[in-house]
Write a protein that binds this ligand. Structure first.
Ligand SMILES: Nc1nc2c(ncn2[C@@H]2O[C@H](COP(=O)(O)OP(=O)(O)O)[C@@H](O)[C@H]2O)c(=O)[nH]1
Ligand SMILES: [Mg+2]
Length: 189
């Protein structure tokens, strides 16, 4: 997957006008959205990986072979930014989700160590209610024991039957092939 950085935007009107498919990376700050984008494209420095949560307050758009876009969205539910900023930024995320007609798949990344938090569950409910296709990526599985992975898998299967869950780690690259396949399937539809 050969991706190039296209632009960072802070206003929804600045999204590309093309009707190419979009694949979105969603999740709380620091769950590993940018790292996943880098590992899927095999380009380490592509999306900036930040050790400081809440830094990505823009929508970063990447072009893949002039076929589709990878969209690195602002992290949600980050409480430490100022209240005003937080609203604006959730506004941008909301606007994106409500207005993008070509959104073929959202990869909702969660921290496998925590499991889905309340705000992650709100996001799943929003995507279900608005009938937007999504899969859950349980990231940082390198930090879990086998029994913990099994428990998380069971919890997600019980709470969200029918939702595809991929166990992933940016450290071991586990799950990356499966995610690439899901992306290719989604843009082919
Ligand atoms: N152990 C481990 N650390 C990860 C993994 N993915 C991301 N990280 C780390 O988590 C932090 C946040 O990652 P980043 O991609 O910037 O998250 P973002 O805010 O969601 O874009 C960085 O320090 C990454 O190195 C993973 O699979 N395993
Ligand atoms: Mg990021």
């Amino acid at each position: 997957m050969n991706a190039t950085f296209l632009k960072s935007i802070v206003k929804i009107d600045d999204l590309p006008k093309s009707d190419r498919p979009h694949i979105a990376f969603l999740g709380r700050s620091n769950v590993g959205k940018s790292s996943l984008l880098n590992s899927l494209t095999g380009q380490k420095g592509l999306a900036r990986v930040s050790a400081t949560p809440g830094r990505t307050q823009t929508i970063n758009v990447f072009d893949v072979d002039k076929r589709f876009y990878l969209i690195d969205l602002p992290g949600y539910g980050y409480a430490k930014t100022s209240k005003v900023k937080r609203v604006a930024f959730e506004g941008l995320l909301n606007q994106y989700l409500n207005r993008t007609e070509n959104l073929k798949l959202s990869l909702v990344i969660i921290d496998a160590r925590l499991g889905p938090t309340d705000i992650d569950r709100e996001m799943f409910a929003f995507l279900e209610d608005t009938q937007k296709p999504f899969v859950v990526i349980a990231n940082k599985t390198d930090k879990l024991k086998k029994t913990e992975i099994a428990a998380l898998t069971k919890m997600l299967a019980d709470d969200y039957p029918g939702v595809t869950v991929v166990l992933h780690s940016n450290v071991t690259n586990k799950g990356a092939g499966e995610i690439r396949q899901l992306i290719e399937q989604a843009i082919a539809e």
